[in-house]
Write a protein that binds this ligand. Structure first.
Ligand code: AHR
Length: 659
């Protein structure tokens, strides 16, 4: 995209564009009306949205190392597996006739042609196996052989195909007999190893014979050491965002391309070897290792409430069900809710206990479907009402969220909340910050359940962060109606082929992860949110021309002026803090005058958290993960009236102490 901000600067320097077209003349002033406390700020405003996209779970937060662990990713080939062999003549292939169970109806057959040489199967992981020093890896595999008696497998983490002789960790596993058995093991890497992803996981033998392998798993240490858990580095990034909720399990991933590829929560429960997995919506298969219980544990670990989206009888392929045909899916949703909140005497509460979590989870928000405005059949009105009535009849305490429209044939006439989605460029986000200023205060409340400024790839750049920050000032100002918001997508595996949707909040490879500038905006805004909105009267706010998107350019539309500075204030009544958020999208520093009105005094020592960049396209990456990070400093303010200079391209949170 050609950047208008840059062009404006050049034209200005060249004397082509009159200064008054870009910047207001006088110093902007903000009158922060601490004497006029505004509405309550929603404590649920900042949350997370998640789905299996961009290798978000498999190859992402879900710490499983083995890729294609049940050999079902491709019907014909054991993709991501290879023969590990010094001996010509040995082979591997998929065997659809020999398998562990009906949920895993295929195995990997290894034919070892002669004894004495090391031969085996190797897994390449999700773009490599993460090797760290002094680390315990726990794993298991199912195997059987065509000969009776004892024998030994060797399991190891070795160098990749370019470096097959390096062994990072190794262990022996005693194997016996011709029946399927589960073999568990631990691998411990040595001190002093340089972390690398150039590694493979290998199961090998030196004995001639035929061997079959089924579900195979390997985990590094997880967050909180939870079995089948999440990557600690990514969980820490999320925890630092202080999210209030997790919207799950999608997104398009909930809907599926057709009925059989919808998110079928019952198939995601129980031991890994009983989970069939399914074809996801974003071009690859999901292991469903991140099942419903894992989502809920993730919420528990980060003290978030789940926001559960239930499959609503509509698929991305455009099929829908209604009337009596919808009833099984409504029953399914009711059972899903019971799995989450039912006590152990209920059928599905008992199942949750059996799965290892007797304690019920909190649940207040249920969303019916995802983006049903795409359903051109007009069936959503009927489908929503059916779900709404059935859920409210059993669980009247639930807040029911619509994904398309607000008026329905339900008691009260409207959904309890509506879910709005916005994916825009920075200029559009900055031009839309007043979106909810005139929203009907008596209408349903809003969750902005997916939104992002989409500039930068794979993760957003600083210009996107500016758009995000501007947009969020509008959401905080309207947090009496916008009760919840969550950026999407949350994750991207930055390896080639890992991304299906560009501009994702957090990027990673098998070993490392990083936050984009947009991530830091979320973190800064979420961690500095008061309980009361404080109105601001602003004067002389500078403006600049918007950057048009390609469609607007093609339509011949002329660029409009939009603000070039954004602001919002909230007060934390308990901590007696005033949070003033300030965004300067201009390519020049901007002086502002700030007056804090009211009887309360502002103490002279304040904290400034500032995020800035030299140019809009500046960004973070897996190689430069902390290029742009917030800088915290102590500053002095001169009582209730003071001036600040906002650097060019900057986002600031000023934390002022109230006496
Ligand atoms: O966030 C990516 C996709 O955008 C989601 O799956 C879908 O809900 C939206 O269209």
């Amino acid at each position: 995209m050609i950047h208008f901000r840059k062009i404006s600067a050049y034209l200005l320097l060249a004397g082509i564009l009159p200064c008054s077209n870009i910047f207001a003349q006088s110093t902007p002033s903000l009158d922060v009306n601490l004497n006029k406390i505004g509405h309550e700020v929603s404590p649920m405003l900042y949350g997370l949205m998640t789905e299996e996209i961009n290798y978000a779970y498999d190859g992402g937060i879900y710490a499983e190392i083995i890729r294609n662990r049940s050999f079902q990713d491709d019907r014909n080939n054991p993709v991501h597996w290879s023969l590990f062999s010094e001996k010509q003549g040995s082979t591997i292939k998929l065997d659809h006739k020999t398998f562990l169970n009906s949920n895993n109806p295929v195995s990997l057959m290894l034919d070892v042609s002669a004894s004495g040489k090391v031969t085996g199967i190797a897994n390449e992981g999700y773009w490599g196996v993460p090797v760290r020093p002094n680390t315990v890896y726990k794993g298991f595999f199912y195997a059987k052989a065509d000969f009776d008696g004892d024998h030994e497998f060797n399991v190891s983490i070795t160098g990749d195909s370019a470096d097959p002789t390096t062994v990072y960790a190794t262990a022996s596993v005693k194997h016996t007999g011709t029946d399927w058995n589960k073999y568990s093991f631990e691998l411990i890497t040595k001190q002093g190893i340089k972390p690398t992803t150039n590694a493979r996981f290998v199961i090998s033998t030196v004995q001639k014979g035929n061997y079959w392998f089924s579900v195979t798993s390997l985990f590094p240490p997880t967050f909180g050491n939870t079995p089948n858990g999440n990557r600690p580095d990514i969980m820490q990034l999320l925890s630092d965002m202080n999210p209030a909720f997790l919207r799950l399990p999608g997104g398009n991933y909930l809907e599926g391309g057709n009925f059989s590829s919808r998110y079928d929560w019952k198939k995601t429960l129980g031991p890994l070897e009983d989970r069939p997995g399914h074809m996801g919506t974003w071009g690859y298969r999901s292991s469903d290792g991140m099942g419903l219980l894992e989502y809920l544990r993730w919420c528990e670990d980060l003290n978030m409430e789940p926001l559960l989206a239930v499959f609503a009888g509509y698929t991305l392929g455009g099929d829908h069900l209604s009337g009596p045909y919808l009833q099984p899916f409504i029953d399914d949703a009711l059972e899903e809710i019971e799995y989450i909140i039912g006590d152990v005497n209920t059928k599905w509460g008992a199942q949750r206990a059996k799965d290892g979590h007797p304690k019920a989870f909190p649940l207040r928000y249920i969303e019916i479907g995802n983006e049903d405005f795409f359903d051109r059949s007009g069936s959503y009105k009927e489908r929503f009402a059916q779900f709404y009535k059935a859920i409210k009849a059993k669980y009247p305490q639930m807040t029911i969220i619509s994904t398309a429209g607000k008026d329905f044939d339900v008691p009260g006439g409207t959904a309890d909340m509506i879910d709005d989605h916005y994916y825009r460029n920075a200029s559009e986000m900055e031009g839309m910050t007043t979106q909810y200023d005139d929203y009907d205060r008596n209408g349903p409340k809003v969750i902005v359940g997916e939104w992002a400024t989409r500039e930068g790839s794979p993760t957003p750049n600083f210009n996107a962060a500016l758009g995000d920050a501007a947009w969020l000032t509008g959401l905080e100002r309207n947090s009496d109606v916008v009760l919840m918001s969550c950026y999407a997508p949350l994750f991207v595996n930055v390896n080639p082929g890992g991304m299906q949707w560009k501009s994702d909040l957090i990027g990673y490879n098998a070993l490392n992860s990083y936050g984009s500038p947009s991530y830091y905006v979320q973190k800064m805004f979420s961690n500095h949110l008061g309980d009361k909105y404080i109105p601001i009267h602003a004067e002389s706010i500078p403006t600049q021309f918007e950057t048009l998107n390609e469609k607007d350019i093609a339509s011949g539309r002329k660029p409009r002026k939009i603000p070039a500075m954004f602001y919002v204030a909230t007060k934390d009544s308990k901590k007696k803090l005033l949070y003033l958020k300030l965004v300067n999208t201009q390519n020049k520093a901007q002086k502002i005058n700030i007056n804090i009105n009211g009887t309360e005094q502002i103490l002279p020592t304040a904290t400034l958290v500032e995020l800035s960049a030299d140019y809009p396209e500046a960004t973070n990456s897996i190689k430069a993960p902390t290029n742009i990070v917030p800088v915290k400093s102590e500053i002095k303010v001169n009582g209730n009236q003071f001036s600040r200079v906002l650097p060019a391209y900057s986002i600031a949170v000023l934390v002022l102490k109230i006496k």
